[in-house]
Write a protein that binds this ligand. Structure first.
Ligand code: AMP
Length: 273
């Protein structure tokens, strides 16, 4: 495995390879979710590139940028064992410039749900993803469905900026107890983790209701909120796959998203119905 920290060096190296490239962008503290994305990339590409970059522009003031888990050495080993060909680990000054031309998130989709509690977060995400995709120029780029709004906005950016990369959404990987894997799960105490299980439980219950023929959004939401009590809820949203409001769930076309605060930790989860 080759480890590169310079954007221009990586660009030059990959251009010479002249092969299909599968790319997995991450913020490190790698877990089985990230590894699943890497495995997907291995299946269909000649070269697999992973980046580890804790992107400062997607953290708002007062968020966990400084305490975000960093495990560079362990992550390098994980990538090597997973068969990654190139690991890109840039510093922030390698990617960002003073007084930049900026990509910003769209007004509506970028500022609802996660974007409402974290205004500006998705502008930071899109900015870095645009840069990373331009550096790596991959054939396929792999993103988790767990971050459904992020995935949706990236797909929108690819379409609206006429970018060539193929985006491959990957199903959410969960721990045995049902909790969606996240680098932020390490913040949870034992008791908080038990509380956090209410999130996947509420989504499971919602999917059971739908399979019983209960498709009314208000009814499903009410039941979910009961299960989630007494967690502090960011949002429970039942939307179309295009993130439009709906009154009834349509199987194959809907998504349910939850954001809840467990202690100080904001957890996201969703289910694609
Ligand atoms: P992060 O390092 O949290 O920025 O995540 C990097 C990529 O891994 C993103 O595309 C995430 O959506 C994806 N990801 C994170 N957690 C999971 C998970 N539990 N299952 C599948 N993909 C995930």
């Amino acid at each position: 495995m080759k480890t590169i920290s310079s954007a221009l060096e990586l660009k030059a190296y990959l251009r010479n390879e002249n092969k299909t490239i599968g790319y997995v962008p991450t913020m490190g503290a790698l877990h089985e979710g990230h590894i699943t994305l890497i495995k997907e990339a291995k299946k269909n590409n000649e070269v697999v590139v992973v980046s580890i970059f804790v992107n400062p522009t997607q953290f708002l003031a007062g968020e966990d940028l400084d305490k975000y888990p960093r495990r560079d050495e362990a992550d390098k080993k994980i990538c090597e064992l997973a068969g990654v060909d190139v690991l890109f680990m840039p510093q922030a000054d390698e990617l960002y410039f003073e007084d930049e031309v900026k990509i910003v998130a769209p007004n509506v989709r970028g500022y609802v749900l996660e974007g409402a509690t974290r205004p500006g977060h998705f502008s930071g995400v899109l900015r870095v993803v645009m840069k990373l995709l331009n550096i790596v120029n991959p054939t396929n780029a792999y993103f988790g469905k767990k971050d459904a709004q992020q995935l949706n906005l990236i797909e929108l950016m690819i379409k609206q900026y006429f970018m060539d990369v193929n985006i491959v959404p990957v199903d959410t990987v969960r721990d045995a107890d049902g909790l969606a894997l996240s680098s932020r799960n390490v913040y949870l105490s034992k008791e908080q983790r038990q509380e956090a299980l209410k999130i996947p439980k509420s989504l499971y219950e919602a999917s059971k209701m739908v399979s019983r023929g209960i498709v009314n959004v208000a009814e499903i939401k009410e039941q979910m909120l009961k299960i989630l009590e007494p967690l502090e809820i960011g949002y429970v949203a039942i939307l179309s796959r295009e993130f439009e409001p709906i009154d009834e769930v349509v199987i194959g076309e809907s998504i349910i998203l939850v954001e809840a605060l467990v202690g100080d930790t904001r957890l996201l989860d969703n289910i694609w119905l």
